[in-house]
Design a binder for this molecule. Structure first.
Ligand SMILES: [Zn+2]
Length: 279
């Protein structure tokens, strides 16, 4: 099985061993926390640049930022050995209850860039990439999109509205709709490689191959037979009996190539001439 890489996943990594990027590896990627930036009009590159500039100011980060042009991982998730990002507070308990662990340890943190009032980001294009990337994560880490995708607002409802009560609400997309879109994208982008042939299929295939080979031989033989018959029929020169008839026919403009005709051709032309049908 393979996954269709509709979009390029770019890598613009933060400096390691900073507050934003510890460099600690994730033991596994079990679920996805969907976020949005909460910042109208900020771009993927803009957010990553800001993170790097402030890399030792705050223990807050995410793996990936997505806008209408780019999908950028600033902490490795699919483009390298997955490392932890700090995208959900450790002291909330909903992630432990639902998924058996802290989001920061075992969840991907994916940020959607959008525009509400400014219109500087094409929300539709951002959303397409966001959906595709979620589907790709589900494929890569064997995550069930129905059960193991949740919004930041679901884990930390008292503090957070992203993304289902913020950016996706602005785009008029419910969580159910989003999950459906991810599932459809997953199905559309999953490329099933053909299964190896069974013994029965192989036998049938070989039999068919034999038949085709035999038929090809027959056709080749037929072709060469027809060709030799045509050659045999061709007269090496104009026969004596037909010379006068052929000359007349050439003069009358009825024949362009007097040589190389068949025996029947010369016989016919002679009969026509003798009966004064060629003059
Ligand atoms: Zn968030």
């Amino acid at each position: 099985m393979a996954f269709l890489m509709k979009y390029e996943v770019k890598q613009k990594l933060l400096t390691k061993k900073t507050k934003r990027r510890s460099g600690i590896c994730m033991p596994s990627v079990k679920f996805i926390v969907s976020h949005d930036t909460g910042n109208d009009g900020s771009t993927a590159l803009g957010n990553v640049t800001y993170y790097e500039r402030s890399n030792n100011e705050k223990e807050a980060s995410a793996h990936t930022f997505i806008d209408d042009k780019d999908i950028i991982e600033c902490i490795p998730l699919t483009t390298g050995q997955p490392e932890k990002a700090w995208h959900v507070l450790y002291n909330i308990t909903e992630d432990n209850r639902l998924f058996g662990g802290n989001a920061n340890d075992i969840a991907a943190g994916v940020e959607l860039c959008y525009s509400y009032t400014k219109g500087s980001i094409n929300n539709k294009e951002s959303y397409k990439r966001y959906v595709w990337y979620h589907a790709y994560l589900c494929f890569k880490y064997n995550i069930d999109p129905k059960k193991n995708i949740c919004g930041h607002n679901e884990l930390d409802p008292s503090r957070k509205t992203d993304p289902f009560k913020n950016a996706l609400k602005i785009m008029n997309i419910s969580k159910a709709q989003f999950i459906e879109d991810v599932i459809n994208e997953y199905d559309e982008c999953t490329i099933k490689e053909s299964q190896p042939m069974t013994i029965e299929e192989k036998t049938a295939f070989n039999n068919l191959k034999d038949i085709v080979e035999k038929q090809t031989k027959i056709i080749t033989t037929l072709h060469s037979t027809i060709k030799s018959l045509q050659e045999r029929d061709k007269m090496p020169q104009i026969p004596e009996f037909a010379k006068e008839a052929v000359e007349t026919a050439v003069k009358a403009g009825l024949v362009d190539t007097p040589e190389g005709g068949s025996y029947d051709f010369y016989r016919l032309i002679t009969v026509l001439h003798r009966n004064k049908l060629i003059f």
